[in-house]
Every structure is written in C-alpha cells, then in structure tokens.
Design a protein around this ligand. Structure first.
Ligand code: MG
Length: 417
C-alpha cells in the first residue's frame, strides 16, 4: 500500500495580470500545466488539458495517464478549431499518477509523463540536491544536450522560453513516460518554469528539506519565486511518499474536484513498496493509440465530406455562355462565372445558336447567366434565345450571378440584332 501526502500552490506572479498555469492534486493524480497563447488562450489550454486528463484518468484508471494526455492534446486542438479567438493556444503538462500493481512483484508504480518544459524533480533523503526527472522540450535544452551552450548560458538565454513540444500544436504528440518505484522518504516536485527560472536548485532543495508539510513547502517555493522577481506565473505541487504505518486512517478513493489539494492518499491493495530500488527511467516512447487514430480518422472524414459536398454543389449546375471562338452560344457545366475553388466551369455542349443573331435581351442573358438544373434545360433556353423569343424565367434557378460570363469571349463589337 503506497501512501502519498501532497500539497499545491499557484500564483500569478509579480508582473503578469493573468495566471495561465493550472494544477491538480487528488488521490491518484497530480498535474502541473503551463498554458500559452493569446489573451485567454493559455488559460483555456492549460485548464482544458488538465480537466481532460483528470476526467479520463477517472474513467480509465491511472495506468492510462499517457493516453489521457494524448486525448487532452486532441481536445485542445478541437477547442481552438471551434473558437478562432483561441487559435494558437497550447500548454505544457507534467503529471504523476499512482498505478497499482504494475511494478516488480506487483508493487505500485508512480507513472510520470511529460510534454513541454514544465518539470518534475525528485529529492531523496540521501541526495545532496534535487534531481530533474523530466527532459525539457525546449530549444535551449536541446542546444544544451547538443553541447552548443552551457547549462548556465541556458538559464539566461533569450530563447529559453521557446518550447519544442506542447499540447495543442500537432495532431500527434509524443508523450514521454517513466515508471518509478515509490520509496518512502522520496519527495517529488512538479512545477512550471515560473519557479525554475527564478529560483536555483540549491534554494529549491533547501526549502524542500526544511519544510515537512508539502502544502507549506509548495507555498514557500511560490513565495521564493515571487521574491526573486515573479516574472511568470508560478505553480508548484509537492508530493511525499510516506511511511504507511505512520499514517492513521485512509484517504478518499474517488478523484476529488480539481485544484483543491487533498491531504493524504491511500493507494490500492498491493504490498508496500518498501525500500526497493526505483526502476530505471524508461526510454521515452512515442505513442499512437486508438484515441489518436479515431481523431485523425474523424478529421479525414470531415474534410472528405466537406470536399465532396462542395464538389457536388459546384458541378450540379449548367449555364449559357459564349464559346472559345466568340461566335457561338455554348453550355457550361459549373458555377458562373469562374466556378468554385478549384472546380472551374467546363464547356459541355454547343447549341448552334450564333451570338450575332441574339437580341439585346439574349445577349444580356449571357452576361448575367441563369443557373439551370440540367444540361437539357440550358440547351432549350439557348434555342429559345436563338429564335428571338422572350427568354423564359428559370423554374429551377438557384443562383443569379452578377458578373459577365465569360467576359473575354463576348464579342465587343457585335452588331445589334
Ligand atoms: Mg511559464
């Protein structure tokens, strides 16, 4: 039985007017998300992503946290698609879920996932300083890994806020995942870059060592970031693996409402993890699940259906115009004057009616073509114009264009008839 104690805090900081971070603490799931994009886009992206992960983990279980993050990506994209005011929004997200029985010998596992440059650290009693577990998906982190800049240069680099992976950007997102053994005494820290850009590892370690209560430690870290300038939103979640024997009673089993931290968690029934060594971090793997496949399939079907409907509408129309030689009335299939999108009108029949024989009314009928519901109806109208009979009103008219069609082929010096 794994027991976790936790606390969280968030603050807008000293410079910004809106807090675009979001976090969640509950029995089985802990999340920090840092939104970006537009006036309200960042706030929407981080909250939508967090709520989606909370909802899906509640429905499918903590083991499916990476799949939940993938679905959160699709949800953020869909939300931005539905509301142009949210276009370009995105969010980072780092999370830990408590998974029962998937560790060695059926022990519990802390499943860590990450997209973006929010971070998860671990502090063990024997460690001198916190250890960053997640890999930053940021430009400066990539340059640092490639040896192009040093760690100290990365801290102050003007491009340090440019991230290379986020939710809401691409239809398919790669989610990093690690399985960690919960060891009593370990303390985990999930945070947005509003903390790590202001406070160094030594100070963070000192706060985490000196404050036993996770809620107080989280609040103190936020205060330290604010004292250092608070130039970004600051969000912190502190998570302790505690001795089950020292905890009386059990915590609630259902996922509580987002944001408000609970105090104590009781995991499921596997035996205590004890002091077993942590599993080596797994190599981050690319994920492509049925949720993503369904989303892509739906997108393709929507595009295909829309294109099909436009094509049908554009082709189900005929009108009269002047042929290529400028002398004969011909029938075009398509929408006057120039078609729809890539579907240009095409000549489908000649009529034998000469433009020179038309009355003034007949030539005006070519300038302002009526749309007919069939080729036969268009041809019959051409014959009526050729016989100088008054043109009849189209019974199947759907559109009456206002521009000349096709203007380049109408004789400019046609004698009056
Ligand atoms: Mg930030």
């Amino acid at each position: 039985m794994t027991v976790l104690r936790f606390g969280g805090a968030t603050d807008v900081g000293q410079v910004r007017t809106e807090n675009q971070d979001a976090y969640h603490c509950s029995d089985l799931l802990w999340i920090v998300a840092d939104g970006m994009g537009g006036h309200r886009g960042g706030e929407v992206a981080s909250s939508v992503a967090t709520e989606t992960v909370v909802e899906l983990v509640g429905a499918d279980g903590p083991a499916a946290v990476a799949e939940a993050v993938e679905q959160a990506n699709a949800t953020v994209i869909t939300r931005a698609f539905d509301d142009p005011g949210l276009a370009g929004m995105g969010t980072t997200l780092t999370a830990i879920s408590l998974v029962s029985g998937e560790g060695p010998d059926g022990t519990d596992v802390l499943r860590l996932v990450n997209v973006g440059d929010s971070r998860t650290y671990r502090l063990r009693p024997s460690d001198g300083v916190i250890e960053q577990l997640t890999v930053d998906h940021s430009l400066v982190a990539q340059w640092e890994r490639e040896g192009r800049i040093t760690a100290s240069q990365a801290l102050t680099h003007p491009q340090r806020n440019v991230i290379t992976r986020a939710l809401g950007v691409d239809v398919v997102v790669e989610v990093d995942q690690w399985d960690l053994s919960p060891v009593t005494g370990d303390r985990y820290l999930l945070c947005s870059d509003g903390l790590t850009n202001e406070v160094d590892d030594t100070t963070i370690t000192e706060v985490l060592r000196s404050m036993a209560d996770p809620t107080e430690a989280a609040a103190e870290l936020v205060a330290r970031a604010n004292a250092a300038g608070g130039r970004d939103n600051i969000t912190v979640v502190v998570l302790d693996v505690v001795d089950a024997a020292a905890v009386s009673g059990t915590g609630p089993r259902d996922l509580p409402a987002p944001v408000n931290p609970e105090s104590v968690h009781t995991g499921d029934d596997p035996p205590p993890a004890g002091e077993s060594p942590p599993a080596a971090p797994a190599v981050p793997r690319s994920r492509f699940t049925w949720r993503v496949a369904v989303f892509l399939a739906a997108l393709v079907l929507l595009i295909a259906a829309t294109a099909g409907a436009v094509g049908l509408w554009a082709r189900n129309a005929w009108f009269l115009g002047v042929g290529p030689d400028g002398t004969e009335v011909v029938v075009f299939q398509g929408r006057p004057p120039d078609g729809v999108l890539w579907l240009e009108p095409v000549e489908v029949a000649t009529t034998g009616v000469r433009v020179i024989d038309l009355t003034e009314v007949g030539r005006r009928a070519l300038d302002e073509p009526v749309v007919w519901g069939s080729q036969l109806e268009a041809e019959q109208q051409a014959l009526r114009l050729g016989e100088a009979a008054p043109p009849v009103v189209a019974s199947t008219t759907t559109t009456r264009p206002t521009t000349t069609v096709p203007p380049t082929t109408v004789p400019t010096s046609a004698p009056g008839a």
